[in-house]
Design a protein around this ligand. Structure first.
Ligand code: ACO
Length: 382
């Protein structure tokens, strides 16, 4: 609810506030439409690549062959992470949460970049390329470190999705695995002024630097009401265990007023179009791998939710079927949200570059509801 306070509006959760102008992604939450620079997300998922989609989001148009090759080469030249950062990652506790490790390592990238505090457009584009190229290497390096395995050098002959799977597993991925991950990266690359993107904008609007903004955004993403929900979905599926248990478990959760992870969205009151695409895609992947159990459980949860709360606009969001996709790719539960961060790095950096084109410090007010004119009581009188 919005309340007018002397010409200012109190809008709890900023749900009715337009906080930025952007040419990157368009969301129609009522009709379930998502476009990147006017191109339907389904069309991009079917036809594009993560690298090409990145060019689109950063430049406002699709690249020609030469432009795409230049961006791809720029990413590949930056896949590696500095030796000093690898040494730092090796000091991280092996039981640390990967999102904490990622946040720390992304902040530490600034220590290895002489341009960290140069805020001009060219330097920020170079930093954005580094951030998108190096985030997968950080996630993979920490995962290898925590398992006591040797950290694997990136392979610049591979695209971003395949290279990540290579660095993570030490095996070249199949085409199906690479394509599945590439599609997930496209679907997660941008999504308007969501909580983590807004966080990055607040930080960059102070004329701080890209690394600080990205570290802050990672912190916002990890919350279970945002990107952390994909982990929550997998935990829930794990807890339910079998298709036969789904009805009783979901009905019980709804009766207890528990939130079902992977459902509902601040903007979409129709089915999240990314979930629609992922559902079909995941089904194919499950059929390919012969493991349909999770898909069938997810489908049944969706049916129950449609019946019980669909009329209230609570439908599957992107996290619901991405959990099953990541699981089919053999990824561990706590790598789901880091994977989201790898993709969203494109959106965060893009929005920050956009913000700096016409910057204004983001600084909302607050509605003070505490007391006034309280006399100061000396310590011995309290
Ligand atoms: N399961 C059951 N009920 C739900 C769910 C859900 N997943 N989501 C919303 N509701 C209900 C709420 O209980 C509330 O009911 P009430 O009016 O009876 O109290 C009503 O719908 C409104 O919910 P809010 O949480 O107030 O809506 P808001 O717009 O603030 O929340 C949010 C959106 C946070 C995403 C919410 O739907 C949620 O918590 N979902 C589960 C977590 C999740 O999947 N997050 C990922 C979002 S997508 C992303 O960030 C990539």
């Amino acid at each position: 609810m919005s309340v007018n306070l002397d010409e200012k509006i109190f809008d709890k959760g900023l749900a009715n506030t337009i906080a930025a102008e952007s040419k990157m992604s368009y969301i129609d939450g009522v009709n379930g439409i998502l476009e990147y620079v006017g191109i339907d997300i389904d069309s991009l998922a079917r036809n594009s690549t993560f690298e090409e989609t990145t060019f689109l989001l950063w430049n406002g148009r699709l690249p020609n062959e030469q432009e795409l090759a230049t961006l791809v080469a720029a990413f590949r030249a930056e896949y590696h992470i500095p030796a000093g950062l690898i040494d730092l990652i090796k000091t991280f506790p092996t039981d640390a949460a990967p999102m904490h490790a990622l946040q720390t390592a992304v902040a530490a990238l600034a220590l290895h970049d002489s341009e960290a505090d140069v805020n001009d457009p060219d330097a920020n584009l170079r930093k954005s390329i580094k951030l998108v190229a190096k985030t997968p290497a950080i996630v993979a390096a920490f995962d290898r470190h925590r398992k006591g395995k040797e950290i694997i050098d990136p392979d610049p002959s591979l695209d971003i999705a395949s290279n990540f799977l290579w660095m993570l597993n030490g095996e070249k991925p199949t085409d199906t695995m690479s394509k599945a991950l590439d599609v997930c990266l496209i679907l997660h690359a941008d999504h308007g002024t969501n909580a983590s993107t807004f966080t990055s904008l607040v930080v960059i609007s102070t004329l701080s630097d890209m690394y600080s903004s990205m570290a802050a955004a990672i912190g916002a993403l990890r919350g279970p009401l945002h990107g952390g929900a994909n982990e929550g979905v997998m935990r829930m599926l794990d807890e339910i265990g079998e298709l036969d248990n789904v009805d009783a478990a979901i009905n019980q959760k709804l009766a207890d007023k528990d939130k079902i992870m992977g459902f509902g969205h601040r903007v979409y009151k129709a089915v999240d179009p990314r979930a629609t695409y992922l559902k079909t895609f995941t089904k194919g992947l499950a059929e390919d791998t012969g493991n349909l159990k999770l898909y069938e459980m997810s489908s049944r949860i969706e049916e129950i939710m449609n019946e019980k709360v669909g009329s209230r606009g609570i439908y599957p969001n992107v996290d619901f079927y991405s959990a099953t996709t990541y699981f089919s790719l053999g990824l561990e539960l706590d790598l789901f949200t880091p994977l989201f961060a790898i993709a969203r790095m494109v959106g965060w950096t893009g929005h920050c570059m956009e913000q700096l084109e016409d910057n204004k410090l983001i600084r909302p007010g607050s509605n003070y509801v505490g007391p006034h004119e309280v006399p100061y009581a000396p310590l011995d009188q309290r």
